[in-house]
Design a protein around this ligand. Sequence first.
Ligand SMILES: [Mg+2]
Length: 328
Amino acid sequence: MARVCTSAQTTGVKQMEQAHPVIKSAFLEDILRPKRIVFIVNPKAGTNLQRHIRKSVEQHLDHKKFIYGIWHTERAGHAAELARQAQAEGYDIVVAVGGDGSINEVASVLLHTDTILGIIPAGSGNGLAMHLGYGRDLDKAVRKLNTAAVKSIDCGMLNGHPFVNLAGIGFDGFVAKQMQGSRWRGFLPYLFKSIRAGLSFTPHTCTIETENRTLTETCFVVTVANGPMYGYNFQIAPDARLDDGLFSIVIFKNVPRWQYFAAIPSSLNGRLYHAGFVEHFTAQRVKISCTGDTFVHIDGESIESPGDLEFEILPKALKVLVPSMVSG
Ligand SMILES: [Mg+2]
């Protein structure tokens, strides 16, 4: 099951050896050859872990299995350019070293291809990486690549923009806007801005249509989730699965603000859906129309998205390295 060779493939190799001895060597060579892996590092990611990536890769990556490169981004959007370059150069695996925003850039390029996404979490929150089991320790995360399995996961699309973890409308979009361009990253600035935004944000009335239902509600937050959590183990959609072909839609109805703060402990242990102000359901397609201007984020990055918001799920569109012993 290690890296890109499954037991089913091994059986397939043996059958092919017997049936087609001529193509045996090419097939085996492809499976047994060291995989080419490139680390795309965002030097401005939320933590400073990425400063130690070269040393960690030299010491902890299995050099019998991988031939590696390390590239650094120089500007916004550069991670996507480098991911395209990696594909053109025939890399098997592209590792995003950063937060959900960096993962988003790389994943957007790898959608519907055989190039595999790896993750070294070095952002402020790292919701997707934490869910997949990469953890916060750089050396351990690098070692996990050595034995990780390949898994296909869903991706979301919002008006043509891909996202791998979460998209949000309302309060969390407002917080993402506040964090945009902020020099202060990390948990405390995020918490401070969230509390301040929580007190000043004005909810909008939103109409949410799916293939099964339509509802209109004054919403503090509408989250369209592919993965279950933001960073810091805050589980906004504890039932979200990355490979079920469905979004989990989570709505915070408009209630006195203290109720949201009181529900924070529940969100950390996967019991947010027990809160009285939460409504949740699943769907493949979602259309959201809100009164007035609202705020939108995808994978934690604030985006301009005027007008109706149309979401579509792309089932199993992205190949990802998942640490062993952890299901997606
Ligand atoms: Mg899902």
